[in-house]
Design a protein around this ligand. Structure first.
Ligand code: 13P
Length: 340
C-alpha cells in the first residue's frame, strides 16, 4: 500500500514535463534574499511573497510540486486557505523541507553535516496530516584544498539514507539532495570527481537502509566549473559531464532526477537542463527535470520588491521562468524564450 502511494506520488511529480519549485527557504535565507532587495524581513512579508507564488495564475502548467518550509506550511492565504490546500487545489503537490540545516562537522574544518533526524518520525506524521506528500533533505559538500573528506561524504550519505527510509515508512516521497557547492575555483573535472564520489556513497547508503529506489527522487547539483574558476565550461561540456556522472552512479530504478540550480543564473540553469535532455535522452533511464529555487524565483522577487502593485507582474515573471524550464525538460529551451 505504502509502495503504491510512493510510486503514485513520484509519477504525479514527474508527469507532463513539469518540475518542482523549491520555495522552502528557511527564514534566515528568505530574509537574506529580501534584504538584498530592500524588502522588510518580516513574517508578514514572507507570507505575502509565498501567497504571490502559490496563487500565480497558470503556475501548475509547468510546476508539479512545491516544497514548503515549516513556517510556510503553517501559513494561509489572506482568505484563510492553508497554502498546502491552495497548492493542491491548483494541481500542485505540496512538499516539505525536513532537514534542520547544515552544521559544522566536528573535527573537520570547513565541512558540514546536515542535522534533523531526531524526532523526524513524529514530524513526518505532523506534516503528512498537513498535506505534505513529498519531502526534501539537503546535504552540503564543499570542494576545497583537501576537502571533501570521506568522513564528510559518508556522514551526509548516512543521514540522507536514514531520512529517506523514515519518509518512505510514512508514505512520503523523499527527495534526496546531496549538493556539491559551486563555490571555489575548482575545475569542471574536479566537480565531476566529487559529485561522482558523493552520489556513489549516497546510493550505497540508500540501498543499505532499504530505501525503495522507485519511490524517491534524486536532487543533485549539475557538474559545473567552480564560480571562481578562470576557465568556465560551455553548456555542452556541463551537459556531457553531468550526464556521464549520473550514468555512472544513479541506478535505473530511480524514476527521476530533479536538479537544484545552486547559484547558476536562471538562463544557464535552463540551458544546461535543456542540453542534457536534447542530447542524451535516448541514453538515460530516468526523467531529468528541475527543482530550482533561485533559478525560478529570483526574477520574480526582483520585480515584486515587496510592493503590492507589482504582484501581477512578479507572478508573470515566475510563470515565465517555470515555462522556460518546462521547455528545458523537453530539450526545447532557447534564449529566444526569454522574451515573454
Ligand atoms: P537553488 O535552486 O536555489 O539551488 O535551491 C534549490 C534548493 O532547494 C536548495 O536546497
Amino acid at each position: 500500500m505504502t509502495t503504491q502511494t510512493l510510486i503514485a506520488t513520484v509519477q504525479a511529480l514527474l508527469a507532463a514535463d513539469r518540475g518542482l519549485l523549491a520555495m522552502d527557504e528557511s527564514n534566515p535565507t528568505c530574509n537574506k534574499r529580501f534584504a538584498e532587495l530592500g524588502i522588510p524581513q518580516t513574517v508578514e512579508m514572507r507570507q505575502a511573497y509565498r501567497e504571490l507564488i502559490v496563487t500565480a495564475p497558470g503556475l501548475s502548467g509547468s510546476i508539479s510540486g512545491a516544497i514548503l518550509y515549516d513556517e510556510t506550511i503553517r501559513q494561509t492565504k489572506k482568505d484563510g486557505t492553508p497554502f498546502a490546500r491552495a497548492l493542491r487545489e491548483a494541481g500542485i503537490v505540496p512538499g516539505i523541507k525536513l532537514d534542520a540545516g547544515a552544521k559544522e562537522l566536528a573535527g573537520h574544518p570547513g565541512e558540514k553535516v546536515t542535522e534533523g533526524l531526531d524526532g523526524l518520525r513524529e514530524r513526518l506524521k505532523e506534516y503528512g496530516a498537513m498535506g505534505a506528500r513529498f519531502a526534501k533533505w539537503r546535504a552540503v559538500i564543499t570542494i576545497g584544498g583537501n576537502i571533501p573528506s570521506e568522513a564528510c561524504i559518508e556522514a551526509n550519505a548516512h543521514a540522507l539514507a536514514r531520512y529517506a527510509a523514515l519518509c518512505q515508512e510514512a508514505g512520503i516521497v523523499p527527495v534526496v539532495e546531496p549538493e556539491v557547492l559551486m563555490d571555489g575555483d575548482h575545475t569542471l573535472a574536479r566537480c565531476a570527481e566529487v559529485t561522482e564520489q558523493t552520489q556513489f556513497a549516497v546510493f550505497r547508503e540508500l540501498q543499505r537502509q532499504g530505501v525503495l529506489l522507485e519511490g524517491m527522487l534524486l536532487k543533485p547539483n549539475m557538474v559545473v566549473s567552480g564560480l571562481d574558476c578562470p576557465e568556465q565550461a560551455t553548456v555542452a561540456q556541463v551537459a556531457e559531464a553531468t550526464v556521464r556522472c549520473l550514468l555512472r552512479t544513479v541506478p535505473a530504478a530511480v524514476p527521476g532526477v530533479a536538479f537544484l540550480s545552486g547559484g547558476q543564473s536562471p538562463q544557464s540553469a535552463s540551458a544546461h537542463l535543456s542540453a542534457m535532455n536534447a542530447g542524451f535522452k535516448a541514453r538515460m533511464p530516468w526523467v531529468l527535470t528541475f527543482s530550482f529555487a533561485r533559478a525560478i524565483q529570483q526574477p520574480a522577487m526582483e520585480v515584486w520588491r515587496g510592493q503590492p502593485a507589482n504582484v501581477a507582474a512578479a507572478q508573470k515573471a515566475l510563470v515565465q521562468r517555470a515555462r522556460c524550464n518546462n521547455a528545458a525538460r523537453r530539450g526545447e529551451y532557447s534564449a529566444a524564450m526569454e522574451k515573454p
